[in-house]
Design a protein around this ligand. Sequence first.
Ligand code: ATP
Ligand code: PH2
Length: 231
Amino acid sequence: MLVSDWLPVYEAILDDFGFDRAGDERVRDRLAALTDPFDLDRLAGFEGASVAIAGGGPSLDRDLADVRRADVVVAASNAAAVCRDAGLDVDLMVTDLDKVPAAAVSLTREGTPVAVAAHGDNRPEIEEWVPRMRTENVLPTTQAEPVGSVVNFGGFTDGDRAAFLADHLGARTLTFAGWDLDDPSVDAMKRRKLVWAERLLRWLELRRDERFALLDGRREGIDTSALPVEK
Ligand SMILES: Nc1ncnc2c1ncn2[C@@H]1O[C@H](COP(=O)(O)OP(=O)(O)OP(=O)(O)O)[C@@H](O)[C@H]1O
Ligand SMILES: Nc1nc2c(c(=O)[nH]1)N=C(CO)CN2
């Protein structure tokens, strides 16, 4: 995903949530100061692979067999802890550090890359946890324009950002485990974030010319008006 393709969608997200772009940029700059550029060649194993994107929904426990079958496992936030507790290795964790930050630190120290996102509402988490990580295993990301070590391959929530990253790295197929887009247990803010996650995955599947089973039966109901897709 080119940043120029992403930024108009990012602006629609900022509008919808009332997030402040300058706030995102300030925390991005702080993350840039705390990190070094990550060598993406270390993730060459994504090229041509079947990639499972493990999400933080309650169905993850039931979906672990799908995760186990994939060539490569990307875990969004809390899914990293669930996978590890089930004895499943994670190849990459994607997180904004608002859940299980200690697990993210441990992964970096054990040699597993962690894609850490900076945004306007996670400066305290960035300040507290990133300095404890092994820097060479931190892939710093932003949803705003990239700067220095901090990259942007598209995506908003941890889970859809994981999918955009896997796409950038050349994944052959993406499968989604532990994704409950209609989860009644989430609060109103999380529900809105999941609405955006669904839209962004719809955009991604169209770009990839793939059909994500997760979206079967849902496509008609997805509002794509903020996305650069053919109507
Ligand atoms: N029912 C669900 N509840 C939470 N996350 C879900 C759900 N279904 C899918 N996901 C995806 O899994 C990702 C990880 O979820 P988790 O609740 O562990 O993280 P989070 O730190 O709250 O995520 P975020 O900061 O992106 O909102 C989410 O970012 C989302 O993309
Ligand atoms: N500014 C801002 N950006 C975000 C936020 C958030 O709360 N604030 N939450 C996200 C996923 O949870 C992703 N991006």
